[in-house]
Design a protein around this ligand. Structure first.
Ligand SMILES: Nc1ncnc2c1ncn2[C@@H]1O[C@H](COP(=O)(O)OP(=O)(O)OP(=O)(O)O)[C@@H](O)[C@H]1O
Ligand SMILES: [Mg+2]
Length: 449
């Protein structure tokens, strides 16, 4: 069932319920009020009959004169014995005697419906002293009353049907108006699906101030984000292919040279083998970095445990000191700083930062650790070539390298800081860089404890 039909059915069903409820209430109210006066009339008549003392004596019950003067048209008066048998009966409308006699011990009344016409019956006990000897029953045809009730019932039914029809037609039109934006949303989505390009909702839709307008904002934001992501992904693939091409081309050309002249020229052979080895090494490290970036998107990338950050700092520093024969100073007030994190990834983070500091400076490099109440700050400080302000926002982009770095031929791919950022963010920390050209660079990493 479509949303529109469902809305129509629900509105109509609810209206039917309300109408039935109120009609029933109105009907019973009307019946109660009008029946009351008729009832009082018949009870009054019964009282007048009972005022005659002969009525309270069974011996006179065979005398029709006893009740004769009270009988009017469309009425029945009868006396019923305690055995349930009719003792005396007068009527001016014979349908009224069809109802079997009804013995009761107190005043009672009922409305009977025979052949679409209503009849009112009242019963009053006949007493002789303190003992009940019979029942006086009076019945009357409710001619006018029946008519009123029938008119009322017909009016209520017709009005209800009319209201439901009008409401169904109304909800058909307003639901079409209400669902128009949903149809627009749907067609935009279908267009995206069919054309394979991103599309946004138009200004008219976005001008709405209701819930659908908010939905539109979320939708357009989501599309922008997806567009951005896809764009980023495309650029990444293009950059990665480009970076992979360069070493492969070098390897290919040196392999070709080896093939042609390698057996004759030992000097060329040495140069070609060195170049092939160097480029293979670069290729391997590039593929390693790319794989790391891909893995960093996975849920279970980190193995979090309780670790000592100082131990990691010392181990990363000494590894880099050995590898590059450079001096790295560690500055910290405490010998041990316990935090929760992945020790392997944090060591890698430090190696990435130290690698940059060493590559882009000649002076000694420092690591400063400051333990705060809720967090710990790790700063990697160098006094090297530094960077210009305009490049700072792009440092964490994949494959980004500054011009200063490029001219130095230090051979990086521009992936180190992207990996560093992933590691810090997965630890729910933050990373930023402060730098001045010619003065040096400080990378500040803040990790929660
Ligand atoms: N300490 C630093 N001093 C000066 N420039 C830096 C420093 N750290 C990073 N940079 C600049 O930021 C760029 C990006 O750094 P990143 O570590 O991401 O890449 P890379 O070092 O060039 O290559 P990779 O780390 O992938 O081998 C570098 O190319 C360099 O231009
Ligand atoms: Mg680097």
């Amino acid at each position: 069932m479509s949303l529109r039909t469902r809305l129509m059915v629900l509105t109509s069903a609810w209206l039917v319920f309300i109408l039935v409820l109120f009609s029933t209430l109105l009907y019973s109210f009307f019946v109660g009020i009008t029946a009351k006066s008729e009832k009082e009339l018949l009870f009054g008549k019964a009282q007048s009959i009972l005022e005659n003392r002969k009525v309270h004596d069974e011996r006179y019950w065979s005398d029709a004169d006893l009740l004769d003067e009270f009988l009017v048209s469309d009425e029945m008066i009868r006396i019923i014995g305690m055995d349930g048998l009719v003792k005396l009966e007068l009527q001016s409308n014979e349908i009224l005697v069809v109802e079997p006699p009804h013995v009761t011990t107190r005043d009672s009344f009922s409305i009977k419906r025979i052949d679409k016409t209503r009849y009112l019956y009242v019963e009053v006990p006949i007493m002789s002293g303190s003992e009940q000897i019979g029942v006086l029953e009076i019945a009357r045809k409710l001619t006018k009353w029946s008519l009123y009730i029938n008119v009322l019932t017909t009016a209520l039914i017709l009005m209800s049907i009319g209201a439901v029809v009008v409401s169904a037609i109304g909800s058909f039109f307003y639901s079409s108006f209400l669902f128009q934006p949903l149809r627009q949303l749907n067609s935009t989505m279908q267009m995206i699906q069919l054309s394979g390009t991103f599309r946004k909702l138009d200004d008219e839709f976005m001008a709405r101030t209701d819930e659908l307008g908010k939905l539109g904002i979320t939708f357009n934001e989501m599309i922008s984000r997806l567009e951005e992501l896809v764009q980023k992904q495309k650029r990444f693939v293009a950059d990665a292919s480009h970076e992979l091409r360069t070493p492969l081309t070098i390897i290919e050309s040196y392999a070709g040279m080896l093939n042609r002249w390698g057996s004759e020229d030992p000097e060329l052979r040495k140069e070609a083998i060195d170049a092939i080895l160097g480029e293979s090494h670069r290729l391997k490290s590039l593929v390693g970095s790319l794989m790391q970036l891909a893995e960093s998107e996975q849920e279970d990338w980190l193995r979090m445990e309780q670790i000592d950050l100082m131990a990691i700092v010392r181990s990363a520093a000494s590894a880099m000191e050995v590898a590059f024969s450079r001096d790295i100073r560690i500055e910290s007030r405490s010998d041990s700083v316990p935090i929760t994190g992945d020790s392997e990834k944090l060591k890698q983070l430090l190696i990435i930062l130290l690698d940059n500091a060493i590559k882009y400076s000649a002076e000694p490099v420092r690591i400063r650790v400051v333990a705060l109440q809720q967090a710990v700050q790790v700063m990697v400080v160098d006094e090297g070539i530094g960077m210009e302000d305009k490049t700072l926002p792009f440092l964490f982009d994949r494959f980004f390298r500054t011009d200063l770095a490029r001219t130095r031929q230090t051979g990086g791919f521009g992936l180190g800081l992207s990996i560093a950022k992933s590691i810090v963010e997965r630890h729910e920390g933050a990373i930023r860089i402060e730098s001045r050209p010619g003065k040096g660079t400080t990378v500040i990493v803040e990790l929660p404890r």
